[in-house]
Each structure stands twice: as structure tokens, then as C-alpha cells.
Ligand binder design. Structure first.
Ligand code: SF4
Length: 183
């Protein structure tokens, strides 16, 4: 019986390898480590939050992506998932949560409400969280299914893997942050 096992090195970054060695760029390694150890902070205000809970449950099991550790403290989180309707009164709270997160940080707007206000085209509802904080990935739907949230998280992971360790100092990022009057 052949007992040898071939492991598919799906996670391995680009690099050079030979017998007994593998060399790659530091940036690739850091990207790989960050990508597979994101700590999400769920900012769940209404029904989309229930879909987020389902995504954490055993059927969908977000822990497969290195995300079994949710953070309810912004200082120990790097992925903000805004799930639900955000009233204008809540806007400053959301912004403060974002500001308390350390760099590097990423944001998902989950569902129609977080992305654009959804069906609540009213004076009291924020018409998209990107009015007050920058968003990296938008997930459509009312509510989005857990599969859609997972797709959004995979998109974030692709971004995290490829964007480089000096993201904060790039002119594009500085410009983006300045637009929101953030530091
Ligand atoms: S997008 Fe739909 S499901 Fe999600 S919070 Fe808004 S109304 Fe609820």
C-alpha cells in the first residue's frame, strides 16, 4: 500500500525552492500570515447580523478561514464587518470603532443596508457606511446568505495577501484616508 501523502501547497506564496529550502519575499510571507489570521469585529445592528451568526455556526464554520476568534474590542480586531441598518445617530459610534482599530484594518459592508441604506431611504438612516468610513468589500443582498459573506471574506483575503506591508504609507491609501478626514 502506498502511504505517501502529497500535500497541495495551495497556501505557499511565490518563491524559489530546491531540495531542503524555500525562499520568498518577506511581503509574501506577511501577507500569507495576515490573510489566514484575520480577527473580525462584527458590528451587527439588525437582521444581517443573524446571517453573520449562521456563518459562524458549524454548517459554514468560519473558523476554516482562521476566524474562530471574533473580537468585540476594536483594538484587537483587523476586519470590521458591518452587518445591518446603521441609523445616522449610530454613525459616530461606528466611526469611533473604526478609528480605534489599529492598522492594517479592512472593512466589509454586509448587505444592502450597510452598503447603501437598503430599503430604508429615510431621513434617519445612513445611506451606506462609506459616507463615514472607507469600505473594502461590499456584499449585496437583503440579507446576503452565508455563502455570500464567505465570498466577501475571500475577496478581503485576496486583498490582504496582495496589498503589501506598507499599505498605510502608499499615496493611494493616504488619499483614501484623507478623504474621510481620518488619520
Ligand atoms: S440588508 Fe435586509 S436583511 Fe440586512 S439589515 Fe438590511 S433589511 Fe435586514
Amino acid at each position: 500500500m502506498n502511504t505517501s501523502v502529497t500535500i497541495d501547497p495551495a497556501l505557499k506564496p511565490e518563491g524559489y525552492e530546491g531540495q531542503g529550502f524555500f525562499a520568498t519575499r518577506l511581503e509574501n510571507l506577511v501577507g500569507m500570515a495576515r490573510k489566514n489570521s484575520l480577527w473580525p469585529l462584527p458590528f451587527a445592528t439588525s437582521c444581517c447580523g443573524i446571517e453573520f451568526m449562521a456563518t459562524m455556526g458549524s454548517n459554514y464554520d468560519l473558523a476554516r478561514f482562521g476566524m474562530e476568534r471574533l473580537s468585540f474590542s476594536p483594538r484587537q480586531a483587523d476586519l470590521l464587518i458591518v452587518a445591518g441598518t446603521v441609523a445616522k445617530k449610530l454613525g459616530p459610534v461606528l466611526r469611533q470603532v473604526y478609528e480605534q482599530m489599529a492598522e492594517p484594518r479592512w472593512v466589509i459592508a454586509m448587505g444592502a443596508c450597510a452598503s447603501s441604506g437598503g430599503v430604508f431611504d429615510t431621513y434617519s438612516v445612513l445611506q451606506g457606511i462609506d459616507k463615514i468610513i472607507p469600505v473594502d468589500v461590499y456584499i449585496p443582498g437583503c440579507p446576503p446568505r452565508p455563502e455570500q459573506l464567505i465570498e466577501g471574506i475571500i475577496k478581503i483575503q485576496e486583498l490582504v495577501q496582495t496589498e503589501g506591508i506598507d499599505r498605510r504609507s502608499t499615496p493611494a491609501y493616504q488619499e483614501k484616508i484623507a478623504k474621510y478626514n481620518l488619520q
